[in-house]
Design a protein around this ligand. Sequence first.
Ligand SMILES: Nc1nc2c(ncn2[C@@H]2O[C@H](COP(=O)(O)OP(=O)(O)OP(=O)(O)O)[C@@H](O)[C@H]2O)c(=O)[nH]1
Ligand SMILES: [Mg+2]
Ligand SMILES: [Zn+2]
Length: 347
Amino acid sequence: MRPPDPEFRRAESPGADSPGAGSRGGESPRAEDGLVLACYHDAWDVALDGGEEVRCSVRARHFAKLRKDEKLLAAGDRVRVEIEDDGACVIEKSFPRETVLSRLLPGSRRPTEQVIIANAEQLVAVASFVGPPLNRRLLDRFLVIGEDAELDCAVVLNKIDLVSEDTWRRHARVYETAGYRVIPSCAVDGRGVPELASLIEGRFSVLAGTSGSGKSSLLNAIEPGLGIRVREVSEKTRKGKHTTSNVTVFRLNDGSLVADTPGFRELGLWRIAAAELGFLFPEFRERIPDCKYPSCSHGPEPGCAVKAAVEAGSIDADRYGSYLKLHDELSTRRKTAAPDGGPIPPV
Ligand SMILES: Nc1nc2c(ncn2[C@@H]2O[C@H](COP(=O)(O)OP(=O)(O)OP(=O)(O)O)[C@@H](O)[C@H]2O)c(=O)[nH]1
Ligand SMILES: [Mg+2]
Ligand SMILES: [Zn+2]
């Protein structure tokens, strides 16, 4: 979590006509709309539309309502902030979300949604080849939740300095063939960094991937002034140390918005129906209408156009393996879920 910043300025109470105050709430001369940059236990950092960053609390009655609806504020939410006479900033209300990227909250007894980021337009799934090793299953999981949230999705394959060109080109080809924009990169020597910078330019993107894959390093490479904390991966496990612990939205100099996220250990799918899963693999989509049975699960059924494409080599067998694994997980979860929700098996 970002420690409280002593230099974090509180908004001055602007008068109704003061210049540069951005979009106003309308109902109060001292209300201003903004974007939640980060959420802490009982504080929220908000970028007001007028440009100022303020640390806020939440109006108690609104907070109670949020809890009841199980819709706690998330980074990326649009909110209205009331600036009180003493300069204290209080979130009055939040606005409906355009998009929601979620996962299943790990370890909860009842299936519970955890919003990773609200209102993002684009998911950039970041994976590395070594330290931590490439985990294609997890990468595919990220892409599935991004597709489900109807975000534009792209893949960054980082740390190409640590593997042969043949290796990274092979994996890049798989995701390009599946229909994704792929950026092979190295945060250390800068390869791929300009391409990533132009991919996120002018948009609201979220970087997500395993701990240690280099998400924060890539953002620092794009804009060194961000100064995001990064840490060596563990010598012993060759895994990341979960350095980034909070989802944080950064505003780049050109106005682009980009969220850095922690390396989630678990990424359970939230509210995705097994029958819909095939449509979240872009390379399956155009083939599904050719399956013999309309309810084809692309598993054991005869006449499956997806499986035929896997056998012909035009769909990658490992991507298909990810599909089968997730399909199995979604089908099993439905069958085994206790009436009270029951403990959710770890994924
Ligand atoms: N060799 C090499 N090392 C890299 C590269 N990118 C990042 N690293 C290193 O990998 C380590 C982890 O990088 P981070 O940027 O902290 O990774 P992260 O994805 O933000 O990790 P979490 O915050 O834990 O989720 C650091 O020691 C970086 O210097 C790269 O392209 N090549
Ligand atoms: Mg990080
Ligand atoms: Zn099929």
